[in-house]
Design a protein. Structure first.
Length: 163
């Protein structure tokens, strides 16, 4: 499984871009997994059965539904640990701007400031700036095929990432 991130500040269009990229990559025949990083832990709804299990000491709970499975660990896991047994073609990560994952930086309507970009940034996506190349490619948000090409070329194997 190869990994690539879509990063940027809040409100810059990461989720919208990721939706479009997933659609394009699936059309090309790839299987996709996604991971969304967040700054806050999402709590189990109080009073649910799995909340009760955790409250009395369960380290991991699994909610097995007819069409889905939800696994909740009581600790933060590594990417390698989460997807150890997965055989997807790509893992697309939303966020994780400080990680060592190759990434595309969503500018939204912000101005490109190269010195503020993480060193792993391969390209930037702009909503209303001219496309072009400074020190990294600046891609218009509608140029999905260019970004898909970048992902295919620069995504790294999961086992190459530092945890």
């Amino acid at each position: 499984m190869r990994v690539f991130a879509i990063s940027g500040l809040s409100g810059t269009g990461k989720t919208t871009l990721l939706e479009r990229l997933i659609h394009e990559l699936v059309k090309k025949g790839y299987s996709i997994a996604t991971l969304k990083s967040t700054q806050e832990d999402v709590s189990e709804p109080e009073g649910t059965d799995t909340w009760r299990h955790q409250r009395v000491g369960a380290k991991t709970t699994v909610l097995l539904g007819p069409q889905s499975t939800t696994i909740r660990h009581g600790r933060r896991m590594t990417l390698r640990g989460i997807f150890a047994d997965s055989d997807f073609d790509f893992l697309l990560v939303e966020g994780m701007k400080r990680s060592n994952i190759p990434k595309c930086w969503c500018l939204g309507r912000n101005k490109l400031e190269l010195k503020q970009l993480p060193p792993e940034t391969i390209a930037a996506v702009a909503w209303d700036q001219p496309a072009g190349t400074a020190e990294i490619p600046v891609i218009q948000e509608g140029e999905l095929s260019t970004l898909v090409d970048i992902i295919e070329k620069h995504a790294v194997e999961r086992n190459q990432l530092k945890d």
